[in-house]
Design a protein. Structure first.
Length: 105
């Protein structure tokens, strides 16, 4: 569903509400990073610890991310989410590697 203005609309909305948040993270999924990479990036950005050890296991990264999000009010925008959808399936189905974990975040 590219080219219908979803990103432009998201930018406008983010501009309207950005002052209600401590931080704003805009992450493009256009190149379909792995779930591990996405979580590692988010945890690294949000963590207040200068030397945080980020787990390699998604099952341990998710609680780490949740803990980071409890510390500050943050708007996280995942742009180009359609990049991680399975194009061979009906709407809402994620590609392998995303199916199990994105619903947990």
């Amino acid at each position: 569903m590219g080219g219908i203005g979803k990103t432009a609309l998201s930018v406008k909305l983010a501009e309207l509400v950005e002052n209600d948040f401590d931080c704003l993270i805009w992450r493009s999924l256009r190149n379909a990073p792995s779930v591990e990479e996405l979580l590692r990036d988010l945890i690294g950005f949000l963590s207040t610890e200068s030397q945080i050890v980020i787990n390699n296991s998604v099952d341990k990264q998710i609680p780490q991310l949740v803990n980071c999000l409890r510390e500050k009010r943050c708007l996280v925008v995942l742009d180009n989410l359609e990049s991680v959808l399975d194009s061979d399936q009906k709407a809402g189905n994620y590609r392998p590697g995303y199916r199990t974990h994105l619903g947990s975040i």
